[in-house]
Design a binder for this molecule. Structure first.
Ligand SMILES: [Zn+2]
Ligand SMILES: [Zn+2]
Length: 124
């Protein structure tokens, strides 16, 4: 009859007898999984990067004008605070007039959002 105690002892004896083998198997398993995880992460990063690149490429092709505006605006300076509410948090550039890509005003994200909601247009 097997009771729990015997089973435990048996397992323990088995463990002692096969300690090296078990540890080796454990190491092997760990290493295999580690390798699989590394490969998975690498593949994920690669696919993600390509998807991102493709998305911004599509955006560029659809909105060549906006892309140029954004590229120019990247180099224009932000004010130290929002020009509407003077918050210093999460500042973004806003174009009051897209025909003047270098003329930007600094807004916090919530003022920016309310301006665009008010004008009922997408946030560029
Ligand atoms: Zn603000
Ligand atoms: Zn804006």
């Amino acid at each position: 009859m097997w009771d729990k105690q015997i089973a435990k002892e048996y397992n323990h004896t088995y463990y002692l007898k096969n300690r090296e083998k078990l540890l080796e198997r454990q190491r092997q398993w760990y290493w295999n999984n580690q390798k699989r995880k590394i490969e998975y992460d690498r593949r994920y990063a690669k696919e993600h990067r390509e998807a991102q690149r493709a998305a911004s490429e599509r955006y560029r092709q659809r909105n060549p004008r906006m892309d140029k505006i954004h590229r120019l605006a990247r180099h224009s300076f932000l004010m130290p605070n929002c020009q509407l509410c003077s918050s210093t948090l999460r500042l973004v550039r806003h174009h009051p007039d897209y025909s003047k890509p270098l003329e930007i005003i600094t807004l916090c994200q919530s003022c920016h959002r309310s301006i665009h909601n008010f004008k009922k247009e997408a946030i560029p």
